[in-house]
Design a protein around this ligand. Structure first.
Ligand SMILES: Nc1ncnc2c1ncn2[C@@H]1O[C@H](COP(=O)(O)OP(=O)(O)OP(=O)(O)O)[C@@H](O)[C@H]1O
Ligand SMILES: [Mg+2]
Length: 240
């Protein structure tokens, strides 16, 4: 079993005005490739802190953090941002698209950061736009799209780099229920195709779509439960 991420006794402390906040108090978690994890827990329990460490936006205070075969626990800022730009796919509640750029250009953004936009990469961006159902919106700008369409752009962008995993922080937090269902359906499809997803959510119905629910409380893992096969087979009425 290959691991997309391995978190070993990780702690994170923030020092603010001389006071130490222990945001993570020794968290251990293995995420195999192809997993779909929902991270849940009350406000302040450490969800974003954990996501920020997995996304190489920050370093743990203690413990060991591996992404694939790379130990990222003690990297300097340059190496950390290199990995972040090249190997992590982010999706945010607020989409974080660049308003001046078109749909296609937004999908290409992670490649600009790496200075590569060869023909093959361009083809890949078109292919991703098709995959998320936006092939006929390539020249639109974010303000000309619905919320769900903007999140589709963000999802396509998150896949450009062939990331270790997709990190999603409340990806449906701004969407109505119909659009939420569309986006969750797209994440299901990606996961079925083998993509690893780690998602923070407050909503039980959203968490229920994951294969596994990790609950945090006060910087510790409270529970880590693999869910039953989610969709029960629909009973087919017998012909009378
Ligand atoms: N940069 C920081 N400096 C100081 N304390 C911080 C910092 N970031 C987070 N904290 C503290 O660490 C703890 C965990 O915060 P975190 O943002 O991870 O919680 P969360 O579970 O994401 O909450 P929410 O559901 O409200 O987003 C909180 O007590 C918070 O106040
Ligand atoms: Mg948070």
């Amino acid at each position: 079993m290959k691991l997309a991420a391995s978190v070993e006794d990780v702690t994170k402390e923030y020092v603010l005005d001389g006071e130490t906040v222990r945001a993570l108090r020794g968290v251990s978690l293995e995420v195999p490739e192809g997993d779909y994890v929902a991270v849940m827990g009350a406000s302040g329990s450490g969800k974003s802190t954990l996501l920020n460490l997995l996304g190489c936006l920050d370093r743990p205070t203690g413990g060991k953090l591996m992404l694939g075969d790379d130990d990222v626990s003690r990297l300097d800022d340059d190496r950390l941002s290199e990995i972040r730009a090249s190997r992590i796919g982010f999706i945010f509640q607020s989409y974080n698209l660049i308003p001046q750029l078109t749909v296609l250009e937004n999908i290409q953004v992670p490649l600009f950061y790496q200075g590569r936009l060869a023909g093959r990469d361009r083809d890949r961006c078109h292919e991703l736009a098709r995959m998320v159902g936006l092939a006929d919106r390539l020249k639109h700008r974010p303000t000309q799209l619905s919320g769900g369409q903007q999140q589709r752009v963000a999802i396509a962008r998150s896949l450009v780099n062939d990331p270790y995993f997709i990190l999603a922080d409340e990806p449906t937090g701004n969407l109505d229920s119909v659009t939420t269902e569309e986006i969750l359906g797209l994440l299901d499809t990606l996961n079925k195709a083998g993509k690893t997803i780690i998602m923070v959510t407050h909503e039980d119905e959203v968490g229920a779509r994951a294969k596994r629910i990790v609950r945090l409380r006060d910087g510790n893992i409270l529970s880590d439960v693999r869910q039953e096969q989610r969709r029960k087979p629909v009973a087919t009425p017998k012909n009378s």
